[in-house]
Design a protein around this ligand. Structure first.
Ligand SMILES: [Zn+2]
Ligand SMILES: [Zn+2]
Length: 103
């Protein structure tokens, strides 16, 4: 299993990266509970891990925080664009911090 932070290749069952300590286990984005690979909902808080439609081609809505491969899964389009807030469309010029604002 490749670490999403440092790209180190870890053993398949590793819960944390051997190189940088990044948590590797799949977790609920809402409550942090560790989830089995096949979970569709969080066993602790009931949050859906993904949503889908019966249509073909099938589309999936996923919570990015639950996916180890999130760095590779780049957005392909934007839904609900009509109601997007103006400020949300241009945040490139905002000050950036490696972690939170105090570090
Ligand atoms: Zn790592
Ligand atoms: Zn949860």
């Amino acid at each position: 299993m490749q670490c999403p932070r440092c790209r180190h290749e870890n053993p398949a069952r590793a819960k944390f990266c051997l190189e940088c300590g990044q948590r590797l286990a799949r977790t609920c984005a809402a409550c942090g509970t560790e989830l089995p690979e096949t979970a569709k909902f969080c066993a602790e808080c009931g949050t859906p891990i993904y949503a889908t439609t019966p249509n073909e081609p099938r589309q999936y809505g996923i919570r990015v925080g639950t996916v180890r491969q999130r760095a590779e899964l780049k957005p392909q389009r934007q839904g609900w664009f009509r109601s997007a807030l103006d400020w949300a469309l241009n945040i490139e010029s905002l000050p950036r911090f490696p972690k939170d604002q105090t570090r």
